[in-house]
Design a protein around this ligand. Structure first.
Ligand code: HEM
Length: 155
């Protein structure tokens, strides 16, 4: 964490904005992933359920749950960063998540684009609540979460 700790204020900014979004988590999740695929169309091919599907992206029932996982796990990462100073994920599930992303060929650029789309989506959802501090809090939580996932991205 570069010596700086995640504050209660930062945690509150993340939790507060997620609480606004979660009522419409499916919609925001869809917007989030549509942004990702606009910037990086090839990322669609990583998802088995998109590659082999003939229903339109917006109607694919499996897309929203992944988007929601990214929101929820980033929000949880913020809580843990404040409480424990680091991201804590149960060993077995971190191994599983790392392994799945490795197996499906997710690379650094995907995590970068996803970060950008995540922040843009939250900005839109947060409206007047949005601030540089809120952006920074989500960024730090996301970066730390991704760093944790990457430690387990191996076969
Ligand atoms: C699967 C979370 C970022 C692509 C998953 C799963 C979770 C998850 C919980 C399900 C694992 C399982 O099967 O048990 C996250 C989190 C992320 C993240 C928390 C960032 C913080 C990304 C990014 C991409 C990606 C950036 C690519 C653009 C995938 C793919 C799968 C997957 C392709 C497998 C889907 C399938 O079954 O076809 N992710 N993910 N994820 N994720 Fe992510």
């Amino acid at each position: 964490m570069g010596g700086e700790s995640f504050t209660e204020e930062q945690e509150a900014l993340v939790v507060k904005s997620w609480n606004v979004m979660k009522k419409n988590a499916g919609e925001w999740g869809l917007k989030f992933f549509i942004k990702i695929f606009e910037i990086a169309p090839s990322a669609q091919k990583l998802f088995s359920f998109l590659k082999d599907s003939n229903v339109p992206l917006e109607q694919n029932p499996k897309l929203k749950p992944h988007a929601k996982s990214v929101f929820v796990m980033t929000c949880e990462a913020a809580v843990q960063l404040r409480k424990a100073g680091k991201v804590v994920i149960r060993d077995s599930s971190l191994k599983k998540i790392g392994g799945v992303h490795f197996k499906y060929g997710v690379v650094d650029e995907h995590f970068e684009v996803t970060k950008y789309a995540l922040l843009e989506t939250i900005k839109e959802a947060a409206g007047e609540m949005w601030s540089a501090e809120m952006k920074n809090a989500w960024s730090v939580a996301y970066d730390q979460l991704v760093a944790a996932i990457k430690t387990e991205m191996k076969p």
